[in-house]
Design a protein around this ligand. Structure first.
Ligand SMILES: [Zn+2]
Length: 136
């Protein structure tokens, strides 16, 4: 593993289960036991109904690109990665998250494109969920 010099997530009480699962290459989201809706990003209270009865479930890892941008002028720490894709991904479970679309030519990414999660192991403790185009 090469040394990773970019900012890293800092798991806290609400997000530790998410990052623990990512380290195991599982994408998880929260599900509300009271209103039945999916929740992302990780938090203590359901944004739909106010319940604190949120539990973790495995997500399919599949979704579609809601929107995206191709970064050509990157902030410090990311300049060696350009061009790269930052995208909003709508998971099949009904939540939206921001990530990168990787393993492709950035111009191949389109709104509505089907994607699936992949994990980048950046440190022994942290694996980052990213997405690649799903063309089957
Ligand atoms: Zn709820």
């Amino acid at each position: 593993m090469i040394e990773y010099n970019r900012p890293l997530p800092v798991p806290d009480g609400d997000t530790k289960p998410y990052w623990d699962a990512a380290r195991e290459h599982r994408l998880v989201i929260q599900h509300c036991a009271d209103c039945g809706l999916a929740v992302f990003y990780p938090r203590a209270i359901c944004p739909h109904c106010g319940s604190d009865r949120l539990h973790w479930v495995d997500a399919s890892g599949r979704g579609t690109v809601y929107s995206y941008t191709i970064v050509h002028r990157a902030p410090v720490g990311f300049t060696d990665a350009v061009p790269y894709v930052v995208a909003l991904i709508d998971l099949e479970e009904g939540v939206r998250l921001m990530s990168n679309v990787v393993d492709c030519t950035p111009s191949d990414v389109q709104i509505g494109e089907r994607v699936e999660v992949v994990f980048e192991d950046v440190t022994p403790e942290i694996s980052l969920p990213k997405f690649r185009l799903r063309r089957v």
